[in-house]
Design a protein around this ligand. Structure first.
Ligand code: RIB
Length: 337
């Protein structure tokens, strides 16, 4: 006999997963008519709370959930690999959900992980702030937010100091003598992208380098998006000598666009990326970039989550672990000639 889940009850009652969870846990006011419909569905399906199953099984499924925005993005592929590796070493299986940068798919994975009775979740957001992560603590599931900051009372946060990363990347180009430095951003709504651009602009001010808005083009953290944005940037600024690109995948796309414009790399154009994905050292010229400490981010996120799973997590003060960025100098940046 298949165990009835909250998703089944939600479907039967014609309400959201969150509404059923609020009725069961009495965590939020629900309209009487809706509450009645949910209670009828609970009775009709003879629902027994997952938490009951969890307590019968000693409270742990020894499974961790991980939700990332895009498994085809090499940054997320590498961070997911590290988290899975470290989680498995600690005795936890890791269920990885790809939200595809889509809010609805992200919500679907949130519901699925709760229905699967995971012990805890590491969460990298698609970036939308319209998100109700309260549903995790309401189901007694601790959560750690990684990489993209979220102002949450309910979660530990582990990420990089992105503003400092943008500053260091741009300072490197300024110290090489570049006086016209462009920037290819990620999606504007994402906190890592906005913070890196802040660092870029601060470095330009500190080094008395002129800034104007057409030195910035918006990308999408993908190879093709980096190529297309660089194409526009070079058309508008043919005399540019350096570009700070906000992730390595777009920087690789930027290199192809530069060559299409007849530029020789790095002689005619210096490029700095961000992330230090494994591929960045194997391309020609090898990419100067800002390293994200994949292993440390993963191990701290897993450690904080397991501490919560195994301890009295509801009262421990939330922790924010912000890593310093590190400049990795390779062949793609040289002194301005
Ligand atoms: O490459 C994807 C980017 O988005 C990375 O820089 C990472 O920080 C994520 O937020």
């Amino acid at each position: 006999m298949k165990r009835v889940t909250i998703k089944d009850v939600a479907k039967e009652a014609g309400v959201s997963y969150a509404t059923v969870s609020h009725v069961i846990n009495e965590t939020r006011h629900v309209e009487p008519e809706t509450e009645e419909r949910v209670k009828k569905a609970l009775k009709k399906l003879d629902y027994s709370p997952n938490i009951m199953a969890r307590s019968l099984r000693g409270g742990q499924s020894k499974t961790i959930g991980l939700i990332v925005p895009d498994t085809s993005n090499l940054f997320f592929a590498e961070i997911a690999r590290k988290i899975e590796d470290i989680g498995f070493q600690q005795g936890y299986s890791v269920i990885i959900g790809n939200s595809d940068n889509d809010l609805n798919k992200q919500k679907n994975y949130i519901d699925t992980l709760i229905a699967k009775n995971v012990d805890g979740v590491i969460f990298i957001s698609t970036g939308s702030q319209e998100l109700d992560l309260e549903i995790f603590p309401q189901n007694k599931i601790p959560i750690v937010v990684a990489d993209r900051d979220m102002s949450l009372e309910i979660a530990d946060v582990v990420l990089l100091n992105n503003k400092e990363g943008g500053y260091i990347a741009t300072r490197h180009l300024a110290e090489l003598g570049h006086k016209k430095i462009g920037c290819i951003t990620g999606p504007n709504s994402l906190s890592p992208s906005m913070e890196r651009v802040e660092g870029y602009k601060k470095a330009l001010i500190d080094f008395d380098i002129i800034f104007h808005s057409n030195l910035i083009e918006v990308g999408d953290f993908q190879f093709k998006g980096g190529e297309q944005a660089t194409d526009k940037l070079l058309k508008n600024n043919p005399d540019i000598t350096a570009i700070f690109v906000l992730n390595d995948m777009m920087a690789i796309g930027a290199m192809r666009a530069a060559r299409r414009h007849g530029l020789v790399l790095p002689d005619d154009l210096s490029i700095v990326g961000f992330d230090n994905i494994e591929l960045s050292e194997f391309i020609t010229p090898s990419l100067t970039t800002i390293a994200q400490p994949f292993g440390e981010i993963a191990s701290i996120a897993v450690r904080l989550l397991i501490e919560r799973i195994q301890g009295n997590w509801e009262n421990r003060k939330n922790q924010r672990k912000i890593f310093p960025p590190k400049l990795i100098i390779r062949e793609s940046t040289i002194k301005r000639v």
